[in-house]
Design a protein around this ligand. Sequence first.
Ligand code: FES
Length: 162
Amino acid sequence: MLPEKIKHRLEQQIAGAEHPRELVVDVMFALQEHFGYLSDEAVAEAAGMLDMTPLEIEELATFYTFVYRQPVGKYVIHVCDSVVCWMNGVESIKDYLCRQLDIADGETTADGLFTLLPVCCIGYCDRAPAMLINKKAYGHLTPEKIDKILEKLKTEALQKTE
Ligand code: FES
């Protein structure tokens, strides 16, 4: 159940829109932020608020790369799989990430820290191969750079639990 405060804020935004469905993306992201992903409960909640059917929400949710219909890790790594990154060796970068995290593309690490997903070009072509982690872009990727990034994030996660 969405907390009343968040629901009220979203309802106010929806009431101020010319067409409620204009806010569908904002609502999906707000729900995702609260639930960690766009759960079935969140889809139903969004549908109710926007006067849409759950199926309409579902169709939009599956269209957006950054809307997650499954639980994801604390850090979501989107590795660019578009042409410039591909030409610059992103496949070996992705293989390296899979080995370091011990997961396949689309999976989440056992400790719930990292999820690995693909993404289309993120506009970092001049720094290919590139990836996003929780929407922050990283370019000129090498195994050494990936080691440093993962180490930093693991330390950061550990500090937050202490
Ligand atoms: S092709 Fe990868 S950032 Fe553009």
